[in-house]
Structure formats: structure tokens, C-alpha cells
Design a protein around this ligand. Structure first.
Ligand SMILES: [Zn+2]
Ligand SMILES: [Zn+2]
Ligand SMILES: [Zn+2]
Ligand SMILES: [Zn+2]
Length: 800
């Protein structure tokens, strides 16, 4: 997804392998990015562009005039089945394919308003009603929609507007007396009923966007950092030859302290993990992807998307976001949707970065790029070194050509300030020399193809203002984009969110971290990697926050994890991953420790002795760790038993999904007995089985049993991830839900407190789960004392 689609990748690799040796050598040994780009770009033939264009056509990114009716009917089916969420998404798809001011778009908006109404999303419902009217909703259908409007207004406590709406309806009925009498009575009764309802829920009117703004304001950094404005005053930017640039604590830092709060310089939403439609039977896609649920600019979750007027692909949370995206970059990107999906997220980010740079003073950066291109044909030895230092791997270490000034830290401005701007982005390292020649060729050819399309597109406006006589604007643009594509390999930051899965009836949800988008965060890019980091990164909208996940002493380096975390991978696997993607050998504390520790491997992968239960040790043949026991067994045998067991557990999960909890429990209990004879009690699969059992019992409404199993799963999670890990926080959150549902009040309050404490460190106060926990707490504290007794099925209100 980050890189181009496989078809284009293999096409380019084949093209590379068929190039004459001499040309391969020229490109492989090219000194600068501009050489790589310009040589490759000359090789892009019209048939290559045709091939790419055909691939791009596989994506449905334009507005298809026949699609709105299809999606509306599909949405209506879901609506009739009371699947309002599903209906909403399908109506949104219909809207995205409709032209403005057509019956199609107004009908889809109106239908979506009905679905949103049933979902209790009254603010959004009102907005959709307004949109339906704006796009010319038919007069004859108005009354029903107006009633919905009145109902929303009353529910939201806006009774004056509601009365106005009702009286408007009244007068319109007066004009058509045939309808009047019966309809009116219903309306009046409804108004009465709704007035009563409104009084009950007066307090629940804060809307989501307002809450979000508040969340971001509340999350302010402790003290200004004059050098790095997105960081707190508790850290400072340093540089040394070994570590490059890095952040260090200037005072003792407590767990949970906010260290960096940075809005992405650029971000691109991931289109979703589904294959393009060309492999499928149906013409229109009814599958739901992230692209249907999140704003393509601000990444907020939204059920009521507003599409771009020009394409069916870009969708936004609001008209404002749509307008901003259009002004910043989408006016150029709009006609390129299919191509950008084919070329992958990295190319897309590269383009968007240069488009955003138009709004900053990037002239210094551009001047440097131009100089490089201008000079490429007249390379003297001194110039060669100069060009080399100015580009590629040294990332502009000598910003001031004549070395008249003391060179500041790369990416800083002349005053030594490091800001989240294009200058900083430009100085992130592309590690050009570390990429394989084929990979560089792939990136260069992809960017060249993008440049050709930009040139051909009518919306083409130069993204860069080039001083006269310094080569083509498009070449400068291309070189800049190539640099970004290569930088992203090491500097792309995944923007993640926690998605909850599991049915609404089943209150134990499974949460998993999903990648929503990829972005560039110049300040977060300053942080070096550790397999056991001392920070935790989370996101609200496009804003990343870095918090201390443990105590950090004055003078210690601030570290975060690039992905290979010690609780998820063994040292060897991590090293391999870090070397291939980030081009370095990790020597963090966790890697050092593992090198010296025994060959038992991590506890969550350990096998135990079948006769005495002690941990088994060794490589190919495992021997019981207890000195008084002589048991031994081959690793292969245990691995194959483990695989059998995993398969059984997989079947149990399928039963769970198919709503057969009793059968799932039977199967899982059998699996547990099997596991006891060869897996350590802290094996991750043992924990997962406990978690599955908890889910199965919750599905049966047996909260007590469910909680017992979840507590066992919690122990395994604690061993693997640590007591204050984010994983632990999510498990504690689930346990709190169970106790709450079972009315186990003291246990619930106790667990809520623990969960809050852990989650607060990683996410700060505005996390969804923390908000939920607080609601549960106040609900429990408001309850009248109830007599002790067997637990009863609790309300599900908070788990929808
Ligand atoms: Zn938005
Ligand atoms: Zn568009
Ligand atoms: Zn490491
Ligand atoms: Zn033994």
C-alpha cells in the first residue's frame, strides 16, 4: 500500500532487468538524486504510461452517474433490516457518486439523515437534512423530513427552532388541506412526546467536534520550548555523529508527561486493505473501508461524509475540511485519484508535501535543488563534493554553502529553531545509497510518470517557483518528490487509531490498533528507536502526542519504537527488520539484555515439561529445566502440537462469531487441557484462550465467569507487556466493562481506577476509553446502594 501496486512494481523491475548494462550502471552509480531522477525519467516510454493508466482505471474514483441509484437501493435494504450503520455508509457512497444539485444527491442525503436519526446522531441528521434541501429535495417529500428535523431539534433541546419548523409545516399543510388533519395530529403528538424526552436528556448535547477541539486545547505542552516549538521544555535537541539528531530530557520526567505535540506536516489516509474492484464481480463496491469512515483531510471518524464535487474518492467530515483540502492540495490531486492509488501512499505523500510547500517560504530549499540540477553537467571535483554534501545522505549538513556561519542542526532555520515545516521535512534523510538500484529506479520512474500526468493535466500550476535559467520547474518538482519517496522509507509515521470490533450485543469488545494514515512528523522523526521505548505515541485527528511511558531521568535520551517492540518480536527478528527497513543495527538495552540471556526465549513463547511443569530449555532438543527431571523432547514436535492447538482455537473463534458460544466454550475448555500439558502458563496462546472464554461467557450474559477468565488473560498480558503497558490498559478497560455489567460495584470501581491510571499515561485525559470509564464511574457512584446477591444482567448502554 505504501509502495506501488505489485503489477507496476514487477513491470518496472522487468524493465530494469532488460536495460543495457551501461545504463544500469549509470543509474546505479549516479551521485545525486537529480541524476537518478533525470536519467530514469528519460527512460519512461509512452507504453509505460499506457500500462500505468490501465492499472489506474481499475479504481473507481470518478463519479459514476448510475451508481447513486444502486447505492441508494442497497442502503434501503440495510435500512429495512435495521442495519442503520450499514445503510449510512451505502448512502454515503451514493452521495460521493452524485453531482451537486441533482435529485440523486438530495435523495441520498435525505435517506442518510433518516439512518443517522435512528443511530441517535441528531446533529449530523440535521446537517444532512439541510444538505438535502440545499441540493433541491423534492417538495412532495418534504413533510416527512421536516418532522424528522423537528424531532432532532427537540431532542437537542432547541425547542424554539422545533416549534418554528412545526408551524412552517402547519402553514404548508393549510395550503393542501387533504393531507392536513391526520398528519397534524401525528405531528402534534410527536412534539409533545419529544418535549418530554428533551427534558430527560438536557445534559447530553455536547457535540463531537466541540469535544475534539476541547481535547486538543486541553492537551497543552508544559512550558514553551524555544528551540523546538512542538516539544515541551523538558526536552532539548542534540546532535552527535553517532546518534544523529535526538531529543534528551533536560529534567526528570514523570510517566504520562506530554513531551511532543505535533500536527502532521502532511498526511494521507490509507485507502483500506481491500483489493481493487477489478477482481470482483460487481461493478460497484459495497464494502466498507477506512476511506468511507474517516475524513480524508483531518482523519476524524465520521458517518456523514461530504464528498468532493469532482470525484467520488475524496470524502470529508465537513464542507470546511473539503474546502481546505481543495485549496491546499486536492485541486491538483482530484483528477489523479486512480494514478495515486496505483502508485501507493508514499508517492501520494511526496506529491502532497510539495503542494503544501507552496504555502510556505520554501525558496531556500528550492534554490538548493535548482543549483544541484543546474550543476549536474559540469561536475568539477570540488563541485562534486559540494553537490554531494548538499543532497542525499548528508541531508544538507552544510546549509550555508560558504561555511561562513557555524552550521546549525540540519533542518533548523538560521536562528537554530526546528519547526514542523517544509525545511525540516526536506532535511530528513533519504538514505539514497542504502536502497537497491531497482528500488530507486521504481521510485524515480513512478515519480516521472506522476510528473508527466501533472504536466498534461489542465489544472497544472507549478508547485515550485524556480529562478530563471535553472532547468524545468517540473524537474525540480520531480527531484523533490523523489527525495520524499525515499525519505518515507525510514521517516513515514503510521497514524493509528484503536478500532473496537465485536458485536454490539456482546459487550466485551476486542480492540486493535489499526493504521489509518501515513504522515510526516518532522519533530517525531528526531526520536531514535528503542525496542523497549520510554515513550508512547498516540493520535487525535492528525495531531500526534508523545508521552513519557515511564520515568525518564534528566540527561536520558527520549526514545520511541519504530515498530519492532520487544514484547512483540524476538531480538533476531527485530534486528533483521530494523536493518532492512531502517538500515541500522539496534543496540538498545532490550537487545543487549537478550543477547546475554539464556536460550529459553521469551516467557510468552515458552514450553513446559509434561511431567513436572518446569520450563523447557534448549534449541532443537528441549530439556526440562528442573535438575531433578530428565524429560526431553524435540522442538519440532512441540511446534506441531502448538499449530494443531492454534487451529482448534481458530475453530472456536469461528463458533463465537457464528453466535454459538456454548459450543465454543466446550472446544476451548478442551484446548485448555491440552495446553496445560506442554505450554507455559504465561504462553500468549494460553492468554488468548482465556480472553476467548471471557468473550464467550459474556455472550451468554455470565459476567462473573467472564470476568474470572479475563483476569487470567490479564496476567499473561502483564507478563508480556508489563503492568503499565497500553495493552494492559485495554484489557483492564474490558474487565471494568464486565464488572460494570455484572453490577460488581467495588470490583468495577477498583478496575476502573486501575484502567484509568494506565490509559492516562499513554493517551492523556481525552481518550475514548477514559471518557467511557468516567461515565461508568459516575453511573456507579450515583446508584442507590443495592443489597448483595447474585449478579444480574446489567445495562448495555455504554457499549454501543
Ligand atoms: Zn475533516
Ligand atoms: Zn476530488
Ligand atoms: Zn533493540
Ligand atoms: Zn520436568
Amino acid at each position: 500500500m505504501d509502495l506501488p501496486v505489485d503489477e507496476w512494481k514487477s513491470y518496472v523491475f522487468q524493465k530494469w532487468s532488460l536495460l543495457p548494462k551501461s545504463i544500469q550502471v549509470t543509474i546505479s552509480t549516479a551521485e545525486t538524486l537529480s541524476d537518478i531522477f533525470l536519467h530514469s525519467s528519460l527512460l519512461l516510454q509512452p507504453e509505460d504510461e499506457m500500462f500505468l493508466q490501465n492499472l489506474s482505471r481499475g479504481y473507481l474514483v470518478e463519479k459514476d452517474p448510475n451508481a447513486p441509484l444502486f447505492y441508494r437501493e442497497e442502503g434501503n435494504k440495510k435500512f429495512q433490516q435495521k442495519d442503520y450503520m450499514g445503510a449510512t455508509v451505502l448512502y454515503s457512497k451514493g452521495i460521493s457518486h452524485s453531482r451537486p444539485h441533482t435529485a440523486d444527491i438530495s435523495l441520498c442525503y435525505a435517506n442518510r439523515s433518516a439512518a443517522l436519526f435512528h443511530l441517535g446522531q441528531h446533529e449530523m441528521c440535521l446537517k444532512d437534512i439541510m444538505r438535502a434541501q440545499m441540493h433541491g429535495y423534492p417538495e412532495r417529500l418534504q413533510p416527512k423530513m421536516m418532522l424528522r428535523k423537528a424531532e432532532c431539534l427537540v431532542t437537542l433541546g432547541r425547542r424554539q427552532e422545533a416549534s418554528q419548523t412545526i408551524s412552517d409545516l402547519e402553514s404548508s399543510f393549510a395550503a393542501k388541506p387533504t393531507l392536513a388533519a391526520a398528519q397534524f395530529q401525528i405531528l402534534q403528538t410527536n412534539l409533545c412526546r419529544l418535549k418530554m424526552k428533551a427534558q430527560e436528556k438536557e445534559s447530553l448535547t455536547e457535540t463531537f467536534p466541540a469535544a475534539l477541539t476541547k481535547a486538543l486545547e486541553d492537551m497543552d505542552l508544559k512550558g514553551e520550548n524555544g528551540q523546538v516549538p512542538s516539544a515541551s521544555s523538558s526536552v532539548s535537541l542534540r546532535t552527535d555523529p553517532l546518534r544523529g539528531r535526538y531529543l534528551v530530557a533536560t529534567k526528570d520526567i514523570l510517566p504520562g508527561e506530554l513531551l511532543v505535540k505535533e500536527d502532521a506536516f502532511v498526511s494521507v489516509l490509507h485507502p483500506g486493505e481491500m483489493p481493487p474492484l477489478r477482481h470482483l464481480e460487481s461493478k460497484w463496491d459495497t464494502r466498507v473501508t477506512n476511506g468511507d469512515l474517516y475524513c480524508h483531510r483531518c482523519l476524524d471518524h465520521t458517518l456523514a461524509t461530504v464528498p468532493c464535487d469532482g470525484c467520488s474518492y475524496a470524502k470529508y467530515c465537513s464542507h470546511d475540511c473539503m474546502q481546505q483540502a481543495w485549496d491546499l492540495y486536492h485541486s491538483v490531486e482530484c483528477s489523479l485519484g486512480g494514478l495515486l492509488l496505483t502508485l501507493g501512499v508514499f508517492c501520494h505523500i511526496a506529491l502532497r508535501s510539495t503542494l503544501i510547500a507552496r504555502f510556505e517560504d520554501a525558496s531556500e530549499v528550492i534554490r538548493k535543488l535548482c543549483g544541484e540540477i543546474r550543476n549536474r553537467d559540469t561536475c568539477s571535483p570540488e563541485r562534486e563534493t559540494l553537490v554531494q554534501t548538499l543532497t542525499c545522505d548528508l541531508g544538507g549538513e552544510s546549509e550555508n554553502k560558504g561555511k561562513m556561519l557555524e552550521p546549525p542542526v540540519p533542518g533548523c532555520d538560521l536562528n537554530g529553531k526546528y519547526e514542523s515545516n517544509y525545511n525540516a521535512v526536506f532535511h530528513l534523510l533519504p538514505h539514497t545509497g542504502n536502497h537497491s538500484p531497482e528500488h530507486r529506479f521504481l521510485c524515480a520512474l513512478s515519480v516521472s510518470a506522476l510528473c508527466r500526468r501533472l504536466e498534461a493535466a489542465s489544472c497544472y500550476k507549478p508547485a515550485v517557483a524556480v529562478p530563471p535559467g535553472s532547468g524545468s520547474e517540473l524537474d525540480v518538482w520531480g527531484v523533490a518528490m523523489l527525495k520524499h519517496v525515499l525519505q518515507l522509507h525510514c521517516n513515514a509515521q503510521a497514524i493509528t487509531t484503536i478500532q473496537h470490533t465485536g458485536s454490539k450485543e456482546n459487550s466485551v469488545t476486542k480492540s486493535r490498533q489499526v493504521r489509518l494514515a501515513t504522515g510526516i512528523f518532522p519533530v517525531i522523526s528526531l526520536l531514535n528507536h528503542s525496542c523497549s521505548p520510554n515513550t508512547s505515541v498516540s493520535f487525535i485527528s492528525t495531531v500526534a502526542t508523545v508521552r513519557a511511558s515511564q520515568q525518564i531521568g534528566k540527561g536520558q535520551e527520549i526514545l520511541h519504537c519504530y515498530g519492532p517492540h520487544q514484547s512483540r518480536m524476538r531480538a533476531a527478528e527485530r534486528q533483521q527488520k530494523l536493518r532492512s527497513q531502517y538500515f541500522f543495527d539496534c543496540s538498545c538495552a532490550a537487545c543487549q539484555n537478550e543477547k546475554h540471556s539464556a536460550a529459553t526465549g521469551p516467557r510468552w513463547e515458552a514450553f513446559c515439561c509434561r511431567s513436572c511443569g518446569a520450563l523447557m530449555q534448549g534449541d532443537d532438543v528441549l530439556i526440562c529445566g528442573s535438575t531433578s527431571c530428565t524429560e526431553s523432547v524435540s522442538r519440532d514436535h512441540l511446534i506441531s502440537r502448538l499449530q494443531d492447538l492454534q487451529q482448534q482455537v481458530g475453530m472456536a473463534r469461528k463458533l463465537l462469531r457464528n453466535d454459538e458460544p456454548e459450543r465454543a466454550i466446550q472446544l476451548l475448555l478442551g484446548c485448555q487441557r491440552d495446553a496445560q500439558s506442554f505450554l507455559s502458563g504465561e504462553h500468549s496462546l494460553v492468554g488468548e484462550m482465556e480472553d476467548d472464554l471471557a468473550q464467550a461467557y459474556a455472550a451468554l450474559g455470565d459476567w462473573q465467569k467472564s470476568a474470572t477468565h479475563l483476569q487470567k488473560s490479564l496476567q499473561v498480558v502483564e507478563v508480556r507487556h508489563g503492568p503499565s503497558s497500553v495493552e494492559m490498559g485495554h484489557e483492564l478497560f474490558k474487565l471494568a466493562q464486565l464488572f460494570f455489567n455484572g453490577f460488581a460495584i467495588p470490583e468495577a470501581l477498583n478496575t476502573i481506577q486501575k484502567a484509568e491510571k494506565v490509559l492516562m499515561v499513554h493517551y492523556g485525559p481525552w481518550n475514548d476509553e477514559i471518557q467511557e470509564l468516567q461515565k461508568m464511574k459516575s453511573c456507579l457512584l450515583d446508584l442507590p446502594p443495592i443489597p448483595a446477591g447474585p449478579s444480574v444482567q446489567g445495562p448495555n448502554v455504554f457499549f454501543q
